[in-house]
Design a binder for this molecule. Structure first.
Ligand SMILES: Nc1ncnc2c1ncn2[C@@H]1O[C@H](COP(=O)(O)OP(=O)(O)O)[C@@H](O)[C@H]1O
Ligand SMILES: [Mg+2]
Length: 251
């Protein structure tokens, strides 16, 4: 008897092509990439600088549009949405964490966390918000402004903000890029916890092998193509793979 195990897909791109510019200055940032980001899993995207990591994330998250191919959040194809519906989808179904934190300076920690819900006109689930505040360990800083926090604390707020609306998927672009290793490890631990405890889908772009080792699977990009993938990654394993690509093997 055959058993079919269906894994829900939080996001995916199919035959994705992204070309920037025209003529001589044309850059093919994504070259026919097909990939799925499963629900309840932590996926890392790695590759050398300029390999298309950010482009893949931005196109998968509806922050940028593909030149060809398609991008889906759950079952919704992004190419079929007008700007207004795309904005609503990003707000309601996607959480974002950026390298530069992107908190609103004039708002308090608590206001920053509930901002996506406020923008969506949704009542915050107080129990959920309390859980998130507890998990990020900033319960005594709720009335502080971002400028009064360390970089690591600010990024923990940004992670809580990304999780506040229980999005279908959280996209994080180099979330530890501006952090020292200890703060970075805390943020990675939070993302890992979101996956393990909350069943969150997380997709993280990074060039740091030890960051990628927190993921369930690592996808490797080179020259806009998906060239390899690794399940159950270790920092050493990822580093070896990166070095092999730099030597030009396995392309
Ligand atoms: N807005 C843009 N206009 C022109 N070229 C771009 C733009 N964004 C990215 N690129 C180019 O696309 C390629 C992939 O970039 P990117 O996705 O940022 O790579 P990564 O995140 O892996 O460093 C690079 O060659 C980059 O220079
Ligand atoms: Mg990038």
């Amino acid at each position: 008897m055959m058993t079919v195990v269906e894994t829900a897909v939080a996001a995916r791109v199919a035959d994705a092509v992204k070309i920037y510019g025209v003529g001589d200055t044309q850059v093919r940032a994504l070259d026919h990439v097909t990939v799925e980001f499963p629900a309840g899993r932590f996926t890392a995207i790695m590759g050398p600088s300029g390999s298309g990591k950010s482009t893949l994330m931005h196109c998968a998250a509806g922050l940028d549009t593909l030149t060809a191919g398609s991008a889906y959040i759950g079952g919704t194809e992004l190419g079929g949405l007008n700007d207004r519906r795309l904005t609503v989808l990003r707000r309601e179904r996607i959480g974002f964490v950026f390298q530069s934190f992107n908190l609103v300076p004039a708002l308090t920690v608590r206001e920053n966390i509930t901002l996506p819900l406020d923008l969506a006109g949704a009542d915050p689930d107080e129990e959920w918000v309390a859980t998130l505040i507890d998990v990020i360990g900033l319960g005594d800083r709720l009335r502080h402004r971002p400028s009064e926090l360390s970089g690591g604390q600010q990024q923990r707020v940004a992670v809580a903000r990304a999780l506040a609306g229980r999005p279908q998927v959280v996209f994080a672009d180099e979330p530890t890029g501006n952090l020292d290793s200890r703060s970075g490890a805390e943020v990675l631990g939070l993302l890992r916890q979101a996956v393990d405890v909350m069943g969150q889908a997380v997709v993280m772009v990074t060039h740091d092998p030890s960051a990628a080792a927190h993921a369930d699977e690592v996808l490797f990009l080179a020259d806009g193509r998906l060239v390899d993938r690794m399940s159950g990654p270790t920092a050493d394993g990822v580093l070896d793979r990166m070095k092999a690509f730099e030597r030009g093997e396995g392309r």
